[in-house]
Design a protein around this ligand. Structure first.
Ligand code: HEM
Length: 399
C-alpha cells in the first residue's frame, strides 16, 4: 500500500462515542482529515476506509473494484465472515456476469410498479400487528411486536416461506449478521438456512405456486444450491434491514418531537422523510467491502491491486459536500442522493419494497398512536453495536 501521509491506522471497526445515531467520531475525523485512509482489520490486515460521499459512489460504480469474496485481498471484518468464503456464494458477493445472471431473474419482482401494488396487502399486515400490540396493552416492545414481524411476514409471503418458521430463520439471520458470533456458529447458521431453503425449493418443484422460490425453480436455469442461496439472501436481507430501520426511525422521531410534529402535520412529507431517515441513520454500519483488481488513485492515495476497501455509507451520508447541515435530521430535506442502499450494480434490489414498508409502518404507527412515547429513559436504550445492521435490541414504548 502507498500512503501519501503517514497516519496511525485505526483499528476497524471503531465504537460509536457520541450521539447513538451518528457514526463513530473517528470515521468522521477521517472524512475531514484523510478521506481515503488506512485502517487495520481484526487480523492485522491493512485496508482502505473510504468516507466521502463522492468517493464512496466512485468506488461502488467502478468495475475495477470487485465484490467477490473469493478474490485475494478481499477485506473481512472478522474471522467468521472470512470463513464464509468456502461454500455457495450469494450474488451480493459475486461480480458480473455471474451476479447479473442471478440478479436479473429477480428484478421484475422488486420493480417499483410491483411493490406499489403490494401496498394494500402490506397495509393490512401493518394494521394487524398494530391491532395485536394495542390489544396486548401498553407498554410493549416495538421491535418484537411491530418492527420485526412486518418485513419478516412480507418477505415470507413473497418467497413462499412459511412464516410459522420465523423463530428458526430469525435466530439464524441474527447469527449471520452478528460481528461477534463464533466462526462455527456462523457456518452452521448459514448451512441450516441453505438446507431449509433447498428443502423448500424441492417442495415447490413438486407443488408449484406463484412464489419467488417456486418461479426460480420453474425456470430450470439454476442449480438447487443457487436457488437456496438466493432465497437465503432475500430472506436475511429482506427482514433484518427494514425491521431495524422501522425501530430506529421511530426512536429518532420520538427524540426529535419537532420533526415528528412537522411530519404529522404534513403527510405529504412522508416519502421524503423516509429518505431522510435512511440517510440520517445509515444502518449498514460496517462498510461495504470491495477489493481493487487494478491500481486506482483516489483521494490522493494509490489503492493497489489486491488492496481491500470499505465504503462507509454513514460518513458518506453525513458529508457536508453532499448534504448541508448533514448532522441534523430534517424531514423536509431533499435527501434522495443518499447512499443508504449502496450504489452501482449491487445497489439494494429490495429498496422499492423497503420504502413501501417503511412508509406504511411509520405513517400507521404515528397516526394510530398519537400519544406514542418511550417507556424507558432514552439513555437506557441498547443499540446493536455488534451487528452488521445497526438498530436497537428492543424499543420499549407506551401510548
Ligand atoms: C431499509 C432497508 C434496507 C437497507 C438499508 C438495505 C441496504 C442494502 C445495501 C447497502 C446493499 C448493497 C450491498 C453492497 O453493495 O455490498 C443492499 C443490497 C441488497 N439488498 Fe438491501 N437493504 C434494505 C432492504 C432490503 C430488502 C427489503 C430486501 C428484500 C429482498 C433487500 C435485498 C437486497 C439484495 C438482494 C441485495 C444484493 C443486491 C446485489 O448484490 O445486486 N434489501 N441492501
Amino acid at each position: 500500500m502507498t500512503t501519501a501521509q503517514p497516519v496511525t491506522p485505526l483499528n476497524f471497526p471503531s465504537e460509536r462515542d457520541g450521539c447513538p445515531f451518528a457514526p463513530p467520531s473517528a470515521y468522521e475525523r477521517a472524512r475531514e482529515e484523510e478521506p481515503v485512509s488506512q485502517v487495520t482489520l481484526f487480523d492485522g490486515t491493512p485496508c482502505w476506509m473510504i468516507t466521502r460521499h463522492a468517493d464512496v459512489k466512485a468506488v461502488l460504480r467502478d468495475q475495477r473494484f470487485s465484490a467477490d469474496i473469493r478474490h485475494p485481498g478481499f477485506p473481512f471484518i472478522n474471522a467468521s465472515r472470512r470463513a464464509l468464503v468456502a461454500g455457495q456464494q450469494t450474488f451480493i458477493r459475486l461480480d458480473d456476469p455471474e451476479h447479473a445472471r442471478l440478479r436479473r431473474m429477480l428484478t421484475a419482482d422488486f420493480m417499483i410498479k410491483k411493490t406499489e401494488a403490494l401496498r394494500p396487502r402490506i397495509q393490512g399486515i401493518v394494521d394487524e400487528f398494530l391491532d395485536r400490540m394495542i390489544e396486548n396493552g401498553s407498554p410493549a416492545d416495538l421491535v418484537t411486536a411491530f418492527a420485526l414481524p412486518i418485513p419478516s411476514l412480507v418477505i415470507c409471503l413473497l418467497l413462499g416461506v412459511d412464516y410459522a418458521d420465523h423463530t428458526f430463520f430469525q435466530e439464524r439471520s441474527r447469527i449471520l449478521l452478528n460481528n461477534e458470533a463464533a466462526v462455527e456458529d456462523v457456518g452452521r447458521a448459514r448451512d441450516e438456512l441453505v438446507d431449509y431453503l433447498a428443502e423448500l425449493a424441492d417442495r415447490k418443484r413438486r407443488d408449484p405456486d406463484d412464489s419467488i422460490i417456486s418461479r426460480l425453480v420453474a425456470r430450470g436455469e439454476l442449480t438447487e444450491r443457487e436457488v437456496a442461496s438466493t432465497g437465503m439472501l432475500l430472506l436475511v436481507a429482506g427482514h433484518e434491514t427494514t425491521a431495524n430501520m422501522t425501530a430506529l426511525s421511530t426512536l429518532a422521531l420520538l427524540r426529535e418531537p419537532e420533526q415528528l410534529t412537522k411530519l404529522r402535520a404534513q403527510p405529504a412529507l412522508l416519502k421524503g422523510a423516509v429518505e431522510e431517515l435512511l440517510r440520517f441513520l445509515s444502518i449498514i454500519q460496517t462498510g461495504l467491502p470491495r477489493v481493487a483488481t487494478e491500481d486506482v488513485t483516489l483521494g490522493g492515495q494509490t489503492i493497489k491491486a489486491g488492496d481491500g476497501v470499505l465504503c462507509m455509507l454513514a460518513t458518506a451520508n453525513r458529508d457536508e459536500d453532499a448534504f448541508a447541515d448533514a448532522d441534523r435530521l430534517d424531514v423536509a430535506r431533499e435527501s434522495r442522493r443518499h447512499v443508504a442502499f449502496g450504489f452501482g450494480v449491487h445497489q439494494c434490489l429490495g429498496q422499492p419494497l423497503a420504502r413501501v414498508e417503511l412508509q406504511i409502518a411509520l405513517e400507521t404507527l404515528f397516526r394510530r398512536l398519537p400519544t406514542l412515547r418511550l417507556a424507558v429513559p432514552f439513555e437506557e436504550i441498547r443499540y446493536r453495536d455488534d451487528m452488521v445492521v445497526y438498530g436497537v435490541h428492543e424499543l420499549p414504548v407506551a401510548w
